[in-house]
Design a protein around this ligand. Structure first.
Ligand code: BJW
Ligand code: ZN
Length: 287
């Protein structure tokens, strides 16, 4: 990997320079050096709650106050965060190569804000900057820019802080207050409860995006798949790695923690393993 095997880096760069069709699959590690917490491992806790268990329709039905406060804190954290050199390296490669697409599982909006061309970016788990109606017959979706608190009860001062990558900043005992249902965000069309415009476990990914990614994958041989800052455990996103390989792609994994995570998706097949912070590695290997 990077520091230890310069020959690998040279081989990677030679392959990259010959590559035309490239797919990057990104996860929370891409935004880690922007200060946003990942889901698994360090930083995967919000208050005493496991971030993964809050990202479900069941959690929202059971305790919408808790789940809204989690997402409100995440919205504020994402809005104040800045894109890092890894986002910018992907944006720059996209501008240079129109046959390069990025499938991101991240909902933080940092890739779009880094200047990543929209047509080459597929945020398959939705976005923190949209909210949608939970009403059965209402399809209301609203773009809601982050600096506006959704309701007074969710204003920054009333909401506990976002999950933090700094363990010292976390107060493990602090519990968020219980916000009454009628003080949570409501639909302006039908007054049902609004929810974050993200994809929870058990829900289908946005059909139009999935179709576009499938069409791109099926359009011909693929040269390279970059797996960046993701544990590769969540489907169907993780499946894109193998689908690229089946279409001929070589696989490069860029991850902080390759050796401590034996289950890391795709590792067994990878042609290159670059271990470290992708904000350092990507600008170096993609330049
Ligand atoms: C760094 C770094 C640095 C840190 N530099 N690296 C097939 C098999 C088994 C199960 C299923 C299957 N098909 C479907 C399922 C069920 C389920 C699933 O996948 N379950 C598995 C967990 C077993 N999938 C679904 O339910 C999906 N829907 C679906 O398939 O619909 C059809 C269907 C329905 C019902 C039944 C069957 C089919 C939907 C998945 C939605 C996931 N949603 C979330 C929440 C989004 C909203 C939010 O943000 O809150 O998406 S969950 C969470 O996980 C989030 C992430 O996008 C996603 C992936 O996590 P990610 O990004 O990989 O983060 P981490 O924390 O896991 O990893 C970070 C990595 O970065 C680590 O490796 C670090 O080492 C590394 N790192 N710092 C480089 N600086
Ligand atoms: Zn509605």
């Amino acid at each position: 990997y990077l520091e230890h095997n310069p020959a690998d880096l040279a081989r990677f760069k030679a392959h990259l320079s010959r590559s035309r069709r490239i797919l990057a699959l990104c996860g929370a590690g891409l935004s880690a050096s922007s200060g946003l917490a990942t889901f698994r491992g360090a930083g995967g806790l919000w208050k005493t709650h496991d971030a993964m268990s809050l990202a479900t329709p069941q959690a929202f039905t059971k305790d919408p106050s808790l789940v809204w406060q989690f997402y409100s804190a995440r919205r504020q954290a994402a809005f104040s965060a800045k894109p890092n050199p890894a986002h910018r390296a992907l944006a720059a490669l996209s501008i240079k190569n129109k046959d390069f697409i990025t499938v991101t599982q991240n909902v933080d909006g940092l890739s779009p804000r880094s200047g990543h061309p929209a047509g080459q970016l597929f945020p398959v788990h939705g976005s923190l900057s949209t909210v949608k109606c939970t009403g059965v017959f209402c399809n209301y979706v609203e773009f809601n820019n982050f600096d506006m608190a959704l309701t007074p009860a969710l204003a920054p001062s009333s909401v506990p802080s976002a999950p933090s990558t700094d363990p010292a900043a976390a107060d493990p005992d602090a519990q968020p207050p219980n916000i009454p249902l009628d003080e949570l965000p409501k639909c302006s069309k039908c007054s049902s409860l609004l929810r974050p415009g993200v994809v929870w476990f058990g829900e289908t990914l946005p059909k139009d995006l999935v179709k576009s990614v499938n069409d791109w994958i099926n359009a011909g041989p693929i040269d390279l798949c970059l797996v960046i800052g993701t544990s590769g455990r969540v489907w169907p996103a993780a499946g894109y790695i193998q689908r690229c390989e089946e279409n001929g792609a070589k696989v490069a994994i860029i991850n902080m923690d390759i050796w401590n995570d034996p289950e890391l998706g795709g590792v067994a097949h990878a042609d290159w393993l670059f271990e470290g912070d992708c904000a350092t590695i990507l600008p170096e290997i993609l330049e």
